[in-house]
Design a protein around this ligand. Structure first.
Ligand SMILES: Cc1ncc(COP(=O)(O)O)c(C=O)c1O
Length: 364
């Protein structure tokens, strides 16, 4: 057991002995201080999930009915649902050729008088060029809400993913690099966003008891979960190194496998959230599904990742197809990693992937 874990166990025992207790948020407040320090931002606001963080961020920017929000088709359904929940319309933007960031020409073409914000999604821990995105957003007067739920620890140009826009949103769900079971947080330097987010996450209850024009939600992070999040935040660097090491291990083991090209780029500041490979095999989606059935968890095969504009639930928002995003998703094997995956398990993944890739033609 690490020292951090020992502290967490003591904190949990102390807290449980006091519960139920009047509303208080001692551990949540401590977590927020530590997050703000770690990321070098003015404010961290802890909430109950990454989805809640995105919804709260949009509401804090007064995004609502009649507004449009630009969002990559290279994203997950959880990135889009909060836009709809806020009453706004998602407008899907294609990705750049590397599949890292937004296609800024497509973005410019999709801005209308109703566009209020752009919500870049740093899928698999990768992000595009935040400076160019900020310039594009400023040129059109758009707020930037980053979905950095998969990008804790990713950095570009010396800055952490999730600290480049007006507000960055993170998930603490298990499987994320820093996790606590279920949870999330927002990072921002803007006092107005932080103030509104704190009020919205707890129904505007005191001390946020003015006369709000909107209702709030119960998006509080529970105190026991804040203890777990603090324990993991204390070993953030180790967790990050570990995840990058796992991604590198798998990339190294598969370096000579035909039909696969490693695509995680630690030199570009990626956090190694998933081990990424570009597939140059026939029927790449079927290959990912086949691997999932053989016990290699991956985005397409296990979670059915599909370009957002191709999802039936989002069909009514689809415009011209985001074909680059569809191609990137279909041709990416993103092996899901967690901090509990041992070297042995990763060796097993490599053996399965290598064997199946070299015999894939026979499965047709
Ligand atoms: C990119 C992305 N956005 C949003 C979310 C939503 O986070 P949560 O599951 O904590 O609500 C996730 C969670 O997996 C995610 O990966």
């Amino acid at each position: 057991m690490t020292a951090a874990d020992g502290t967490a166990v003591e904190d949990l025992s102390r807290l449980l002995a006091q519960m139920p207790r009047p509303a208080g948020a001692e551990y949540v407040a401590a977590l927020e201080d530590e997050l703000a320090t770690r990321f070098g931002v003015q404010h961290a606001v802890a909430v109950s999930s990454g989805t809640a963080a995105l919804h709260t961020a949009l509401l804090s920017l007064s995004v609502g009915p009649g507004d449009e929000v630009l969002v990559p088709a290279l994203s997950v359904v959880m990135s889009v649902a909060p836009i709809i929940q806020a009453g706004a319309r998602p407008v899907f933007v294609d990705c750049d050729r590397q599949g890292r960031g937004l296609d800024l020409d497509d973005l410019a073409a999709k801005v209308t008088g109703a566009t209020k914000a752009v919500l870049p999604v740093h899928l698999w821990g990768r992000q595009g060029d935040p400076v160019r995105l900020a310039q594009a957003a400023a040129a059109h007067g758009l707020a930037v809400v980053e979905d950095a739920c998969q990008a804790q620890g990713s950095r570009t140009g010396g800055r952490a993913a999730g600290t480049n826009g007006d507000v960055g949103c993170f998930s603490l769900k298990d499987g994320k690099i820093v996790w606590c079971g279920e949870g999330g947080y927002l990072l921002t330097d803007r006092d107005d966003i932080a103030g509104r987010a704190r009020a919205l996450r707890a129904h505007h209850l005191p001390p946020y008891d003015g006369q709000p024009e909107t209702v709030g939600y119960n998006y509080r992070l529970a105190e026991p979960l804040a203890i777990i999040a603090r324990s993991n935040l204390a070993r953030f660097d180790d967790l990050l190194d570990h995840r990058r090491g796992q991604a590198q291990q798998l990339a190294g083991l598969l370096a000579a496998t035909p039909g696969l090209k490693a695509a995680t780029d630690a030199a570009a500041g990626d956090n190694g959230y998933s081990a990424l490979f570009r597939l140059e095999l026939e029927r790449p989606r079927a290959f990912c599904e086949h691997l999932a059935r053989l016990g290699v968890p991956n985005s397409v095969g296990t979670f059915g990742l599909t370009a957002a504009d191709r999802r039936p639930a989002l069909a009514r928002y689809a415009g011209s197809p985001c074909s680059q995003a569809e191609m990137v998703i279909d041709r990416t094997l993103a092996v899901v990693l967690t901090d509990h995956d041992t070297e042995e398990r990763i060796n097993g993944y490599a053996q399965t992937i290598s064997r199946e890739a070299s015999t894939w033609d026979t499965h047709r």
